[in-house]
Design a protein around this ligand. Structure first.
Ligand code: 4NP
Length: 149
């Protein structure tokens, strides 16, 4: 099973989602992340995301931002999008029905009630990053329990 986490810049939400998911899925899994924009390509995650992960003993400092590619739709089995606008953008780039079916809204797939967007913490503070961490941690638990049945 190969899982791709996707947000806008691939420096805040999806790097956290990648780091969290990697701690929960060990064994024959590939977990990676990407963004829909290439503005931050090659950069490490936002320092607030790195600090938030470190507060939970997860090291995401060596990740590098990259934009999603056509190949990702072939390589990955599940492509989890962090919010509705990312979902719409990623879906628009899928070229076949098989590729479209891989594209999922992360919190919807996790079965979380209420808001299905992981809020963008980029313009916020550390407390916003912690809230995102908690949403992602619970969401990853739910998704892992579906995958491991
Ligand atoms: P992310 O957050 O999509 O969670 O990585 C953002 C990163 C960068 C920007 C916006 C959101 N930006 O406008 O550069």
């Amino acid at each position: 099973m190969k899982i791709l986490m996707v947000c806008l810049g691939n420096i805040c939400r999806s790097p956290l989602a990648e780091g969290i998911m990697k701690t929960k899925l060990t064994g024959d899994f590939l977990v990676d992340s990407a963004g829909t924009i290439s503005m931050h390509e090659g950069e490490h995650p936002d320092r607030r995301a790195v600090k938030t992960a470190a507060n939970h003993t997860i090291d995401i400092s060596q990740q590098r931002s990259r934009p999603i590619t056509k190949d990702d739709f072939k390589t990955f089995d599940k492509i989890y999008c962090m919010d509705a606008s990312v979902y719409k953008e990623v879906l628009s780039r899928a070229e076949t029905e098989e590729e479209r079916q891989k594209v999922l809204l992360f919190l919807e797939a996790a079965g979380t009630h209420g808001n299905t967007d992981v809020p963008d913490p980029y313009w916020g503070g550390m407390e916003d990053f912690e809230k995102v961490y908690q949403l992602l941690d619970k969401g990853c638990d739910a998704i892992v329990s579906q995958i491991l049945v």
